[in-house]
Write a protein that binds this ligand. Structure first.
Ligand code: CAA
Ligand code: FAD
Length: 379
């Protein structure tokens, strides 16, 4: 295994670092406070090719590897996790799902504008009564011959208000349980499809989270992804890669908070010396750096396995479980290192601490990652 990044990967990481510093940092506190979606910044991310990073050039993507993608996620998340979750959902859930499992018609019509960043996508699995227990879908898709009739509610959908294309999971044959579930492409503006109010969240407040309502929405048959009954497998396979993206987001949040704490500890003085000269603070920083490096190894390994075409189910879940815990631990300590200044908004670490929490919840809670990991190792 190589521990060295290629010239191209280093360049991509630098481009993401520059973007985060110059385009995301200004206004990040205000966007968080006002729950403002980073629309201009997302448009620029699209122009840079960061919204369809792993999609082949044939479909308007950048044709890059998963390792480059996690490098970008890490850098953006150091500054603004509300922007990086858009990158994560669009790349690893929506674009990946369409490229890996969509028909040629679906790729031409939907993937091309999503990969080039002209449009944003959403991935709609969770429901009011089906979060972790994702097989118990209540949304129904009745087969009406040349179309499906979609009815139900989806909850907590990232990019819910801003997306144009929605991948929606629904139950077609309840008697078949998870084998009766399908995945559909739904367009904004289809009759009977409406978007609920934006959720008022603890963290990633700039991201656009909504419930979605489907009331007799007619979805053309050609918008079903894969064979009849493939929907649950589609969701699971797609989420395997998504979890690597969120693990990279957690890694970035942790690394961002650590970098701020390190710089602050060197310049803040107490008892006549920089606080980094107090061993307790120096050891906190040592622990933070070590945890982050361990998380980074897990995240990069999961991406590397994906790039090699090897199984990454276990590695992706381990990376997400561990990196999200590190994000929580490190951000709490970063606030502590800042003392009272850590508790106010202009020092950024309190936002990173609030943002860290979601990485233990979405794309499978930590308990669900433990379930996946335990099933894999006990198999
Ligand atoms: N790949 C392929 N198939 C898989 C799979 C995988 N990784 N994991 C499960 N399956 C298949 C199983 O093989 C089984 O099919 P067969 O009977 O044909 O073999 C079927 O799916 C059901 O699997 P289980 O029997 O294991 O089902 P379960 O109910 O015991 O457990 C679960 C399933 C792993 C808990 C799953 O429901 C799960 O992952 N839940 C979490 C949901 C989640 O992650 N939601 C995220 C929403 S998106 C999001 O959050 C985006 C965002 O925030 C930005
Ligand atoms: P529940 O499933 O009700 O879980 C409650 C608690 O019980 C958790 O601690 C859980 O770990 C635990 N638990 C449940 N079952 C078990 C078990 N078998 N063993 C041990 N513990 C268990 N979903 C989408 O589909 N698309 C999105 O774009 C999306 N974006 C989101 C954005 C935000 C900001 C949020 C908050 C959520 C988002 N989600 C999205 C939903 C997210 O994936 C779910 O919230 C998550 O999967 C958990 O489901 P739940 O909220 O119903 O919790």
């Amino acid at each position: 295994m190589l521990f060295q990044l290629s010239e191209e990967q280093l360049m991509i990481r630098q481009a993401a670092r520059d973007f985060a510093e110059h385009e995301l940092k200004p206004g990040v506190i205000e966007r968080d406070e006002k729950q403002k979606f980073p629309a201009e910044q997302v448009a620029k991310l699209g122009e840079l090719g960061f919204l369809g990073m792993m999609v082949s050039e044939q479909y308007g993507g950048s044709g890059l590897d998963a390792l480059s993608y996690v490098l970008v996620m890490e850098e953006l998340s150091k500054i603004d996790a509300s922007a990086s979750v858009v990158v994560s959902v669009n790349n690893s859930l929506v674009c990946y799902g369409l490229e890996a499992y969509g028909s040629e018609f679906q790729k031409e019509k939907y993937l091309v504008p999503l990969a080039s960043g002209q449009q944003i996508g959403a991935f709609c699995l969770s429901e009011p009564e089906a979060g972790s227990d994702a097989t118990s879908q209540h949304t129904t898709a009745e087969d009406k011959g040349d179309y499906y009739l979609l009815n139900g509610t989806k909850n907590w959908i990232t990019n819910g208000g801003t997306a144009s294309t929605y991948l929606v999971i629904a139950q077609t044959h309840p008697e078949l349980k998870h084998k009766g579930i399908n995945a559909f492409i739904v367009e904004k503006g289809m009759e009977g499809f409406s978007v609920g109010p934006k959720e008022n969240k603890m963290g990633i407040r700039g991201s656009d989270t909504h419930s979605l309502m489907f009331d007799d929405v007619k979805v053309p048959k050609e918008n079903r992804i894969g064979e009849d009954g493939f929907g649950f497998k589609f969701a699971m396979k797609t989420l395997e890669g998504g979890r690597i993206g969120i693990a990279a987001q957690a890694l970035g949040i942790a690394a961002g908070a650590y970098e701020l704490a390190l710089a602050y500890a060197k310049q803040r003085k107490s008892f006549g010396k920089p606080i980094s000269d107090h061993q307790v603070i120096a050891f906190k920083l040592a622990d933070m750096a070590t945890q982050i490096e361990a998380a980074r190894m897990l995240v990069y390994k999961a991406a590397w396995l994906k790039d090699q075409g090897l199984s990454y189910t276990l590695a992706g879940s381990m990376a997400k479980l561990y990196a999200s815990k590190v994000a929580m631990d490190v951000t709490v300590e970063a606030v502590q290192v800042h003392g009272g200044y850590g508790f106010v908004k202009e020092y950024h670490v309190e936002r990173l601490m609030r943002d860290a929490k979601i990485t233990q919840i979405y794309e499978g809670t930590s308990e669900i990652q433990q379930l996946v990991i335990s099933r894999e190792i006990l198999r």
